[in-house]
Design a binder for this molecule. Structure first.
Ligand SMILES: Nc1ncnc2c1ncn2[C@@H]1O[C@H](COP(=O)(O)OP(=O)(O)O)[C@@H](O)[C@H]1O
Ligand SMILES: [Mg+2]
Length: 338
């Protein structure tokens, strides 16, 4: 297939009206728009035909479009459907049923990684460290044996939705307040986790020539964060450009790590990629505590790959162009043609 002209269909999610969460959460959805231009440029520069379709409020038009265009491969950028991240897995499921090859992970992997609790159970079963946790669908009152600080997150979201400075709690009262917040605003259970104080790493992975290759590791440098603000990559830090959290959390790629630590991190990231059956590309988020123990925070089988994203930066640092990355991913997807 290499070198031949393909009809590439790009699917992405666009939903103007969010039915839950905060009004500002729309920023995360808008970011995908920027991505499309760069993807178009990359795909066209590879000599392929580019077609694009937004998944909006209903699926019929998407099915109709797929049948009309008959793409050789779909580049799947959908991180949610109808503004709901838990529906993400249904796009690959649909493409499987239509027998259209697509980039990235399967419905099973996307669905599984949506449930951060299940991910942590599987990690634990394989001896991979992940912060201890409990899931609550109602307030807990007072919890015995809690070691504060604790972080409270929505169980099924992504892109730091529902994560703010208030998410790191130091007593029962604020713990209950945040659990209530997640349940009421995000209409889902709260994931209550041991807070890991330490360095934060993002490890992008890319499958090339039958091998899973870790990309240069990225670290979020919180050293300039003002005192009193928890050192986390919450919604502000990730999306709100004029916030202090955004401006003072600097991604550093490659991360300055000792060789042995770098190898441990890379080895762990590859293990996690394979454990969850990720395909083509993915990102694993980790923290290293003061004793050098590495904790996996979460697995992203469908990470943001827009030009400003950490993935795209790691690809650049690896010495690969954006078009080469897109080409490698498309190539992998085509090889799976049913
Ligand atoms: N257990 C934890 N300890 C310390 N920081 C955490 C923990 N869990 C999450 N964080 C912080 O919150 C951010 C977002 O959490 P994450 O679980 O990756 O959610 P998302 O899927 O929204 O990216 C992380 O990048 C990290 O900065
Ligand atoms: Mg994350």
């Amino acid at each position: 297939m290499e070198g031949s002209k393909l009809k590439v269909g790009v699917l992405y999610n666009l939903f103007e009206r969010l039915e839950k969460g905060e009004a500002k959460d729309i920023l995360a959805e808008e970011a995908v728009q920027e991505e499309i231009g760069a993807i178009e440029e990359g795909i066209c520069s590879l000599g392929h035909e580019f077609h694009v379709m937004a998944v909006r409020h209903e699926i019929d038009s998407v099915i109709h479009w797929l049948k009309e265009i008959r793409p050789d491969v779909v580049f799947n950028l959908c991180e949610s459907v109808y503004g709901d991240a838990s529906l993400e897995m249904n796009i690959p499921a649909l493409l499987d049923l239509l027998r259209i090859p697509y980039t990235g992970s399967s419905a099973l992997t996307l669905g599984l990684c949506q449930d951060k609790g299940k991910v942590k159970d599987i990690l634990t079963s394989q001896g991979v460290l992940t912060p201890r946790y409990k899931i609550f669908d109602r307030e807990v009152g007072s919890l015995k044996g809690n070691i504060f600080p604790i972080i409270v997150k929505p169980l099924h979201e992504d892109g730091s939705l529902g994560i703010s400075n208030q998410s790191v709690v130091h007593n029962d009262e604020s713990l209950n307040r945040q659990i209530r917040y997640v349940i009421e605003k995000y209409r889902q259970p709260a994931l209550v986790e041991e807070y890991i104080d330490g360095r934060e790493l993002n490890v992008g992975l890319l499958e090339t020539n039958g091998k899973v290759e870790p990309l240069p590791i990225s670290e979020i440098d919180y050293s300039e964060f003002p005192e009193g603000i928890p050192r986390i990559c919450g919604y502000e830090a990730k999306w709100v450009q004029d916030s202090i959290e955004y401006q003072k959390s600097k991604p550093v790629c490659p991360a300055p790590l000792e060789w042995v630590m770098q190898k441990r991190v890379e080895h762990l990231a590859i293990k996690v990629f394979k454990l969850f059956g990720c395909r083509d590309y993915a990102r694993v988020d980790m923290r290293i505590d003061r004793d050098g123990k590495i904790y996996v925070l979460e697995v992203n089988p469908n990470p943001d790959i827009s030009p400003p994203s950490g993935m795209a930066r790691a690809i650049r640092v690896r010495g690969m162009t954006y078009a080469e990355f897109l080409g490698a991913v498309i190539e992998k997807a085509i090889q799976r043609k049913p």
